[in-house]
Design a protein around this ligand. Sequence first.
Ligand code: AP5
Length: 228
Amino acid sequence: MTTETMTRPVTLILLGPPGAGKGTQARMLEEKFGLVQLSTGDLLRGAVASGSPAGLAAKAVMEAGELVSDEIVLAVLQERLDQPDVAKGVILDGFPRTEGQAEALDGVMAARGAAVDQAISLEVNDEAMVTRVSGRYTCANCGEGYHDEFKRPETDGVCNKCQGTEFSRRADDNAETVRTRLSAYHEQTAPLISYYAKRGVLAKVPAMGEIDEIATKLGDIVSGLQGG
Ligand code: AP5
């Protein structure tokens, strides 16, 4: 994919249960449109790895598949939003996840004289998500995502992007924890679909097809925002 210049910075939210493809699609949009992917899951895993107070508080909650407190999530996100590269426009991947987070985001955007441009709900079947998540692994060097069945490297054991040969799997990617994460999604995050529908910024995208087909649909939406 080539990098295209955005005509204006946009704020895009990807909603969807674990395994819906939020991270996969966010990285593709980042590459194509020069937007910045902000994954609260990645930010929290970074905090856990660094042993910061936020990370220490989040570790057990994440391993259990439950949601980290709004206070901690907002603190790690705010720190990231203070960095200058986000001025290019952002794809929020895994945030917001509760109504409290959505309201806090509205406040952050309003303080910057902006608003959420588009929330996209990736529509998938729960049972397929258990297979998707438990087969997932990433390049330990560059973070490129792969799947045992659906997205293998072109050469087995070698990352397409950086030629790294070390890969890792997430501690919360087992079938039992995925079911807890699916429940958390339906109870606490799915209500945000109507939250954004009421604001007139929601698009629902079927996301059970091929990764590239879904990327084309999302790219069309972003191109529309770019012109808007
Ligand atoms: P987070 O890291 O956000 O995980 P998640 O929402 O559970 O989502 P995943 O990363 O599992 O899935 P994804 O939709 O990105 O799918 P992917 O593209 O990788 O959160 C982890 C934890 O952090 C939470 O449980 C919580 O504890 C905490 N947390 C994070 N944010 C929080 C917040 N805002 N508030 C509170 N707590 C928070 O795809 C999955 C696999 O499927 C990949 O292998 C991929 O190659 C494959 N795949 C993707 N698309 C397709 C396709 N179309 N067909 C076939 N395979 C596909």
